[in-house]
Write a protein of this length. Structure first.
Length: 604
């Protein structure tokens, strides 16, 4: 029995295929169209899911769409009417697409897929909750979902047991922790629904100078974590921008222009917002524990990608363990909707995997050596062939030589994080690697931190973390005995000047506050990547490497061999290991894109 889950028309459209309750495949549309955060109907992702299982639309037992379009439309209409005549420009811009397409989603799916079967429409936060609980390793657990907005709900909590989930309470639009974060993302000059993680990365460079002002003027937070926002400062409920002139006056200046120089004020705003977010998440978590009495917690929704808040909730909160959906944002809604179809619509029993049932989130396309070889030969690309057994030793040796490696192996990751399938990797011990990768390879802001991949069994030797973090969604500090304390002169530095201070024996993955966003690597889900780390540890005494996504700023993570080669040639990556084939940059011929290179490469 096959169930297709779909999310579309907001951001990060995606598709997921579930077979008899097992997650078989899932992918975001952006990976195929090369349009970051593509919101369009995920035709390519759907085709991949069906092709991977060698089935057609006629084999589907059910299609599940991740929210209720009519309920979302109701919210839009009520919001516009509440603020009228404000928002008329936004109303005129939004309505034609709703009236023409979005409202008639059942017919749209039928037409696009040539599908005549049953379609269900769970609520948005129900899809988030399902994506959090059903793949988790828990028989029963509390559920907390937090994002910008679904239909009406922005935050919800409930409980899952066996094959049932129940949402017990929610907070409704326009009061939204996700939209508060997006408002500051906009004000500090980053792109909404894309740059929120940049604000999180910027926060350690600042001081929480504006925290009290945010709590006094913008958001009223109760002890149970519930909150109300002062909408006098925001335009997102009806307008084309997130904040307004009153917000601008409150913080003493216009929003930062994108790509302009970051100031200490921007860093202080980021830190203040992050501190407020962590406080709210911690209060929400404690209340959920009190209301449900359950010792484990599952998280989803875009705010659940705030790995700093997640780490604090795990350390300081009441729960024994936390499991976070790797595709916590809207893409994961496709997965949650499909699982609702299996467990709720068809009422099937649930069996629990002691790790989880997400399969490391390696759910996307993969390419055989024959397919990779055909591509390399067609383009006359120089390479050398390496046996699978020799890959870990060969790449480990290059890493300790401080070479930067493009790593393209197995099935592509589902979700926003590269987890050792489509990754750029390097030596975590190198003091120069962070700056080199940011500026010469990723073409992105120099303040942005890189994440470590570490052998799962060695994580507590490097970081203050005793639990698993396979999806790079928890932040913890580097262990004290590995930290390098700052000199008195270094302590006097402010803002971005702190960047180049060496803080540990793995400086390339140690953020300025001694923290790291950790991925624990397991042999059971990614053996080749695990073997690489094992080889590095055995021969060179380091079980940690830098792992960043295989892309440059403004481009989605690479999907195909062609995507990988294009990124390799347009950056200063030294080597590309793609399947069993190793490409050395020095051996490549001069790169010229002809008409056969079908994608444009753009930086935002």
């Amino acid at each position: 029995m096959y169930i297709l889950g779909i999310s579309a028309f907001y951001h990060d459209s995606a598709a997921c295929l579930v077979k008899d309750g097992e997650i078989i495949s899932a992918a975001q549309e952006e990976r195929f169209t090369r349009k970051k955060h593509d919101h369009n109907f995920p035709s390519n992702a759907i085709k991949f899911c069906l092709d991977y299982s060698k089935i057609t639309v006629n084999d589907l037992s059910l299609v599940a769409f991740y929210d209720k379009p009519f309920l979302k439309f109701e919210r839009l209409l009520e919001s516009y009417l509440s603020y009228a005549p404000k928002g008329i420009r936004s109303f005129i811009k939004a309505m034609p697409l709703w009236v023409k397409e979005k409202l008639w989603m059942k017919e749209y799916i039928r037409r696009e897929l040539n599908y005549d079967g049953k379609t269900i429409f769970p609520e948005h936060h129900e899809s988030h909750a399902a994506s959090a609980f059903y793949p988790s390793p828990f028989e029963e657990a509390a559920i907390l979902t937090m994002d910008g907005v679904g239909e009406w709900t922005t935050t919800s909590f409930g409980a899952g047991k066996n094959n049932k989930i129940e949402l017990l309470a929610d907070i409704k639009f326009p009061h939204s922790l996700g939209l508060l974060y997006s408002a500051f993302t906009y004000y500090t000059g980053f792109k909404v629904n894309s740059g929120e993680y940049k604000v999180m990365g910027l926060a350690p460079y600042g001081e929480p100078k504006y925290k009290n002002l945010i709590l006094q003027e913008l958001i009223d937070v109760k002890e149970d974590g519930s909150f109300r926002m002062n909408m006098e400062y925001f335009d997102y409920a009806f307008g084309l921008t997130m904040t307004n002139e009153k917000f601008t006056r409150l913080f003493g200046g216009e929003p930062r222009k994108p790509e302009s120089k970051l100031t200490q004020k921007d860093m202080d705003l980021a830190r203040s917002l992050q501190d407020v977010t962590e406080e709210i998440v911690l209060k929400l978590g404690r209340n959920v524990y009190k209301e449900t009495g359950l010792k484990n917690l599952t998280l989803a929704g875009g705010v659940a990608l705030n790995c700093v808040a997640n780490g604090k909730l795990l350390r300081e909160g009441p729960f024994d363990d936390i499991w976070i959906q790797p595709a916590a944002g809207d893409a994961g809604g496709a997965l949650g909707a499909a699982l609702i179809g299996w467990y709720n619509y068809f009422e099937k029993p649930r069996s629990v995997n002691k790790n989880d049932s997400q399969k490391g989130s390696y759910l996307g396309p993969e390419f055989s050596n024959n397919e990779i070889l055909d591509f390399l030969n067609k383009k006359e690309i120089p390479f050398s062939e390496i046996s699978t057994e020799d890959i870990p030793g060969t790449i480990a040796e290059l890493i300790v030589q401080e070479k930067v490696i493009g790593w393209f192996q197995g099935r592509m990751e589902f979700g926003p994080r590269a987890l050792g399938a489509r990754s750029i990797i390097g030596d975590a011990r190198s003091p120069k690697m962070q700056a080199q990768m940011n500026l010469k390879i990723k073409f992105r802001e120099g303040f942005r931190p890189f994440a470590p991949s570490v052998l799962a069994e060695k994580v507590s030797e490097y970081f203050e973390l005793e639990s698993d973090s396979p999806y790079m969604l928890l932040v913890a500090n580097v262990k004290k005995d590995r930290q390098k304390q700052m000199t008195e002169e270094e302590k006097k530095l402010f803002g971005i000047d702190k960047l180049n201070v060496i803080r540990s024996d793995i400086p390339a993955v140690t953020h300025i506050d001694y923290s790291a966003r950790i991925q624990t690597v397991h042999a059971g889900t990614n053996k080749l990547y695990y073997d690489l780390l094992k080889r590095l540890d055995g021969e060179y005494g380091c079980a940690v490497i830098i792992n960043t996504s295989f892309n440059v700023r403004g481009e989605p993570i690479v999907c195909t061999p062609e995507d990988a080669y294009l990124c390799f040639m347009r950056t200063n990556i030294d080597y590309l290991i793609i399947g069993n084939y190793l490409l050395d940059k020095k051996e490549q011929k001069e790169f010229k894109e002809d008409k056969d290179w079908h994608k444009e490469f753009q930086l935002d």
